[in-house]
Design a protein around this ligand. Structure first.
Ligand SMILES: Nc1ncnc2c1ncn2[C@@H]1O[C@H](COP(=O)(O)OP(=O)(O)OP(=O)(O)O)[C@@H](O)[C@H]1O
Ligand SMILES: [Mg+2]
Length: 510
């Protein structure tokens, strides 16, 4: 048998002409380095920033540093099975999380996978975890209140829907408690809540979930948790994932409250993975874009224009300080991005003044427009009263003789501080808060012994419920103080009947 060379060469030529490059080199790369939670790969020329990548063992990663010859990848999951030389594939998708009603009442990780052992979550929709924040024209101004149910906040640092209010303080000063109580107070208010727990102990997260469940708040809440034992990338993406879940509701016209507890730990996780990715460290060894990391997240909180459905997302980021130092890098950054801060003071906390809110340094820059009118009236002088009280209190310690006016101011100040105390998980309605502060501002509480103030408050509320529910209802409905003297008379009537503890003891002795 003879072989014709021309035939063979023409066959090869034909094959070559029809040859198509099946394995596209840009779509798969090779891992060149693996470290704690991060990897580098070359060969992924077309990868997009934030693109989801798949390693050969099925673990996902997210493209971070796009350089000319390689890509930095944060690994979302167990990185112990990934080796140098493994292949890694593009998916063509930007990192997304499942979203929708199905997530309500559930505890999930930042990828939307259940952590509560209650089985699969059958969502049908996803959203990218990073999204450009709504622009100026897509927003309207904040004008509706978001009631926290905590007197001192609703009175002094009112929060509006769509606002970003920072909760900042040292460790164990009641930061989480304020956030959880605010979520609990949204019951029957048609507000969807998202609690993002970042870098907390699993037992702490579990306790928070149980608290929410006990107060019936879990039904309208999604808990996203990346606990302290998760790799840094999970902690880093957790708030973005939570924001994406919130946006689904906001763009559906709903009001959303999202808590990031806390962004200090997220910043630390980001610093960790940036250092492993060998990015140049900046101030306090945080990478240069740490400010942008927080600003682009918090900008996603918004009150949307009517054209876009009028939904809103209110953000309560939490930051932990060291020894009350708000001038450290991360605290100053986040203070400058938010619309105000609730500053918690550890001295006040340990002296029993809880919630330990420092009235002097806590502000809300937009919430005033959203505050209920009746509250604005009764809380008008509160801040000044507290400031002048604090000033006087330090003098009074020396036990010098005080003139009558000074004594009266001290007296009022002490009672104000007493009225602003509030227990855990005891949110109050607007009407109850308003009537208490009304009694304070009209001087009714000045005559009550300090130890009796809290009992006065709760008995007043019971009295109002029993005899003047109409006044409570009218405050709730109109947001204004009732016309005429009805409220004044009601409080006067109660105050006359109020028994001091001394009287009670005398009565009991008879
Ligand atoms: N208003 C309050 N009344 C009584 N106890 C409170 C109040 N607020 C918080 N606590 C208690 O103080 C402790 C610390 O509160 P919390 O966990 O909210 O603080 P934190 O600042 O979030 O702490 P961490 O730094 O650990 O995150 C908890 O045991 C909580 O029950
Ligand atoms: Mg906490």
């Amino acid at each position: 048998m003879s072989i014709k060379t021309e035939e063979i060469s023409s066959l090869i030529k034909k094959q070559l002409a029809n040859y198509q490059n099946q394995v596209s080199v840009e779509e798969t790369g090779t891992v060149t380095y693996v470290g704690d939670g991060v990897a580098r790969a070359d060969g992924l020329e077309n990868a997009m920033a934030g693109e989801l990548l798949e390693f050969s063992n099925g673990v996902y990663g997210m493209a971070q540093n796009l350089e000319s010859n390689d890509v930095g990848i944060v690994i979302l999951g167990d990185f112990s099975g990934i080796r140098e030389g493994d292949t890694v594939k593009r998916t063509g998708r930007i990192m997304e999380v499942p979203v929708g009603d199905e997530l309500l009442g559930r505890v999930v990780d930042p990828l939307g996978r259940p952590l509560d052992g209650l089985g699969e979550i059958k969502t049908t929709k996803t959203r990218p975890i990073e999204r450009k924040a709504p622009g100026v024209m897509e927003r309207k101004s904040v004008s509706e209140p978001l009631q926290t149910g905590i007197k001192v906040i609703d009175a002094l640092v009112p929060i509006g829907r769509g606002q970003r209010e920072l909760i900042i303080g040292d460790r164990k000063t009641g930061k989480t408690a304020i956030a959880l109580d605010t979520i609990i107070n949204q019951k029957d208010q048609d507000v969807i809540c998202i609690y993002v727990a970042i870098g907390q102990k699993e037992s702490t997260v579990k306790a928070s979930v149980e608290t929410l469940r006990r107060y019936g708040a879990l039904d309208y809440t999604i808990v996203v948790s990346a606990s302290a034992s998760n790799p840094a990338p999970m902690l880093y993406i957790a708030p973005y994932a939570g924001a994406a879940m919130g946006e689904e509701f906001m763009f559906g016209g709903k009001d959303v409250l999202i808590v990031y507890d806390d962004l200090s730990k997220q910043a630390d996780a980001y610093r960790e993975l940036s250092l492993i990715l060998r990015r140049p460290p900046g101030r306090e060894a945080y990478p240069g874009d740490i400010f942008y990391t927080h600003s682009r997240l918090l900008e996603r909180a918004a009150r949307l224009s009517d054209d876009l459905g009028g939904g809103s997302m209110t953000a309560l980021p939490i930051i932990q300080t060291q020894a009350g130092d708000v001038s450290a890098y991360i605290p100053t950054n986040v203070i400058s991005i938010t619309d105000g801060q609730i500053f918690l003071d550890s001295d006040e906390f340990y002296s029993g003044q809880r919630p330990a809110i420092d009235a002097g340094t806590s502000v809300s820059r937009v919430g005033g427009d959203a505050q209920v009118k009746a509250m604005k009236k009764v809380a008008g002088t509160l801040r000044l009263d507290i400031a002048s009280y604090n000033e006087l209190a330090s003098f009074a310690q020396f036990g010098s003789d005080l003139d009558e006016a000074t004594q009266a101011r001290l007296n009022r100040g002490q009672r104000t501080m007493e009225v602003l105390k509030q227990g855990l998980h005891e949110p109050q309605t607007v009407s109850q808060q308003v009537v208490t502060l009304f009694a304070l501002s009209k001087g009714f509480i000045d005559k009550i012994a300090l130890d009796d103030v809290q009992r006065y408050e709760s008995e007043l509320a019971a009295f109002m419920h029993a005899n003047h529910q109409d006044l409570y209802d009218s405050i709730e409905k109109t947001g204004k103080l009732p016309e005429g003297d009805a409220l004044l008379n009601a409080v006067a009537e109660f105050s006359k009947s109020f028994q001091s503890s001394d009287d009670q003891k005398k009565a009991a002795a008879k």
